[in-house]
Ligand binder design. Structure first.
Ligand code: 6R9
Length: 659
């Protein structure tokens, strides 16, 4: 047996102690929860919703399928998410407990108790109300990782405004498109952000976005002072966050909303067209956020939880802003980057703050493995990581070698790794181990979350036998699922409940295979034109449209190629309007196009490799043969018959990497 095979088949059972103390204690407990849901699906979720959420008005209806696939959960119940995250904990005696340990890029630490956080949220919620922001209005938040980021989200939730976070690394154009699509009335941003020892501007990008046209719905811009950079403020529109919060009352009556009220929109990449505004609910979303904290992270009162995601992604929503606070947890919010001042930063922070549950992405792990290989001083073994008890992974498949390293060097061989598969659209965990129950197999996200009914099917929607790969689907609606695509219900139906499956199965967009013996799931990657670069979703079409918007570009096709560090890397095949360039000229245009895409979408969308051709490989009916481009991008030889192509000779030209 080769080493790779050995590592792949190794099974890690939870320790007796872990089993004894875990919320889901042993496989019997896991299976009992699954059976409870199997026997009485609605009863299972309703029981949890009653136990885990404080309702202003209790629900009597559970699941409403009358307008499928626009499902409703707990529709006649009323609640407020901010109340459940803050007031509830303060009322239960946790007022002086630390809610957030904020560590700045420069290492400065600020602690905010539940009582403080409630006061800060209330003041800002009052300020927003004072500006006329009301229930149902959309508010776009374009902020770095900060206490104010969490405060802004919670304040929106408190007054029933629907927030939409735009990741601070996105461009003016991307911000403008999201403001425009959401029809937002207010924008919350900051003068700038600190990352890796540098102060970067943010407000100027927001200003550029607002100047592009299409953002006329914005009445107020609120600016958090972070870097102290000279900042232009437009009279009548822009105000400082600290000014609007000054003199506001520390209390703010929450807006009680229906369970189906949209808590937030979050834009994500799809296979075609523009990014889609994934709309989430209030009650169902909160429920599964809490359940994921309790079951997957086995969260306990004295845990210190750290999710390293940015609040700009769904992981930051569910596992920074909502899940941990709703459970009364102490959590870390980190402003900086894992490699500053050196690549030991994560390990030092775990040591300093005695983190017990740590949740990060495979791409971060892989880059820290590389760093530790090159510099023994930043190796996790140099730090005291004994406080850790559970590790998590999210965003992309974790390769078994990285899993083993994480388990051994960060978890000291004793911490279970929960490899959590889920999506922006699913709101919370879908397939994941339970740390005190599920035997772990590196590289597999193992079994569905209790109550979630996943399957692997073929193109007709028929379940395939274990051991045979197929398409991942979810068989029944679940509380935290996407409700619709903002402003485009037809696209919601087509993307997630396609006619191919008679509109009955939720299509995740990923391929999967189940193990022959255990039934464990392994995600095999996206089956659509979505790339996963460092755990960030990028639509190939989005990058292609950015490229063809450049004056020199006639046509472009974008594909992914496997990359050791980032999971996938973006490769663009480009036909210029002028002659095919070579040498120095080609290099200069490559730089120009990379910067252009960075400016149009954001630095994460920059193609790593750009190749020029006089044309692209096309079928006689004019379809670009992306399969062949993928092979070229990987540097594979094309062996199949290409005689059906209109222009087979083009493959030689495109096979030559320049950059
Ligand atoms: C939470 C989040 C979703 C896509 C998803 C899949 C990939 C996420 C994964 C995983 C394998 C895991 N993905 N977690 N693949 N194993 N544990 O990442 O949401 O940004 O919407 O991305 O990420 O391809 O479809 P989102």
């Amino acid at each position: 047996m080769s080493n790779e095979q050995q590592t792949q088949t190794r099974i890690y059972k939870p320790s007796e102690e872990m089993v004894k103390n875990a919320a889901v204690s042993g496989m019997e407990a896991y299976l009992a929860l699954c059976k409870e849901a199997e026997d009485d699906y609605e009863g299972f979720w309703a029981r949890n919703a009653r136990e885990l959420i404080e309702w202003k008005k209790p629900f009597t209806q559970v699941l409403d399928e009358s307008n499928a696939p626009f499902f409703k959960w707990f529709a006649d119940g009323q609640l407020n998410v901010s109340y459940n995250c803050l007031d509830r904990n303060v009322n239960n005696g946790l007022g002086d407990k630390v809610a957030i340990i904020f560590e700045a890029d420069n290492g400065e630490v600020t602690r905010v108790t539940y009582k403080d956080l409630l006061a800060r949220v209330s003041r800002f919620a009052n300020a927003l109300r004072g500006m006329g922001v009301k229930k149902g209005d959309r508010v776009v938040i374009y902020l770095p990782m900060s206490i104010e980021g969490v405060v802004a989200m919670q304040a929106c939730a408190r007054i029933g405004a629907t927030h939409s976070i735009v990741f601070g690394g996105f461009s003016a154009q991307a911000l403008r498109d999201r403001i425009n699509d959401a029809g937002a009335v207010a924008l919350i941003t900051s003068d700038g952000q600190h990352r890796g020892g540098k102060a970067l501007p943010l407000k100027p990008i927001a200003d550029e976005a607002l100047s592009l046209g299409g953002c006329e719905s914005i009445r107020n811009v609120i600016v958090v002072k972070r870097t102290g950079a000279q900042t232009a403020m437009e009279a009548g529109r822009d105000q400082w966050f600290h000014d609007v919060c000054a003199n506001q009352s520390d209390t703010c009556e929450p807006e009680w909303v229906d369970a189906e009220h949209p808590l937030f929109l979050l834009y994500t990449s799809g296979s075609t067209g523009k990014p889609k505004g994934v709309q989430h609910s209030t009650g169902g979303y909160l429920l599964h956020a809490i359940m994921s904290m309790k079951y997957t992270f086995d969260i306990k009162p004295d845990d210190v939880f750290w999710c390293t995601a940015d609040i700009g992604w769904v992981t930051g929503h569910t596992f920074i802003t909502y899940g941990p606070l709703a459970c009364g947890t102490t959590e870390i919010v980190f402003e900086g980057v894992p490699t500053y001042p050196d690549a030991g930063r994560f390990w030092k922070m775990i040591q300093d703050h005695k983190v017990t549950v740590f949740y990060t992405a495979p791409t971060a792990i892989r880059s820290l493995i590389k760093a530790a290989d090159n510099n023994p001083d930043v190796h996790p073994k140099k730090y005291d990581l004994s406080s850790l008890r559970i590790l998590g992974s999210v965003g992309e498949p974790i390769n078994p070698a990285a899993w083993e390293w994480y388990h051994e060097n960060v978890g000291g061989g004793r911490c279970p790794i929960v490899d959590t598969f889920w999506q922006t659209e699913t709101g919370a965990h879908m397939i994941t181990p339970m740390p005190g129950a599920t035997p772990l197999v590196p590289g597999s996200c193992t079994l569905p979350f209790p109550g979630i009914q996943c399957a692997v099917v073929d193109e007709t929607g028929t379940e395939v036998p274990n051991g045979q790969g197929g398409i991942l689907v979810v068989k029944r609606p679940w509380p935290s699922m996407i409700r619709t695509i903002w402003g485009d219900p037809e696209r919601f139906k087509k993307s997630y409940y396609p006619d191919d499956f008679k509109g009955k199965l939720y299509l995740a967009g990923d391929g999967a295979i189940r193990d022959k013996d255990t039934g464990y799931f392994t995600i095999t990657g996206r089956i659509d034109d979505v790339l996963n670069v460092s755990g960030h979703r990028m639509g190939t079409m989005e990058i292609e449209s950015a490229l063809v918007a450049h004056e020199k570009v006639a046509e472009a096709a974008v594909v992914g190629r496997p990359d050791d560090l980032t999971g996938e890397a973006i490769v663009a095949f480009v036909v210029l309007k002028g002659a095919r360039p070579s040498g120095e000229e080609a290099k200069a245009i490559i730089k120009e196009l990379q910067n252009w895409v960075g400016h149009e979408i954001g630095p994460i969308a920059k193609p790593k490799d750009i190749r020029f051709g006089e044309n692209l490989p096309k079928t006689r009916s004019g379809k670009i043969m992306r399969r062949l481009l993928r092979q070229l991008a990987k540097g594979e030889e094309i062996t199949q018959d290409t005689s059906t192509l209109e222009n087979p000779a083009i493959l030689d030209q495109l096979g030559q990497p320049l950059s």
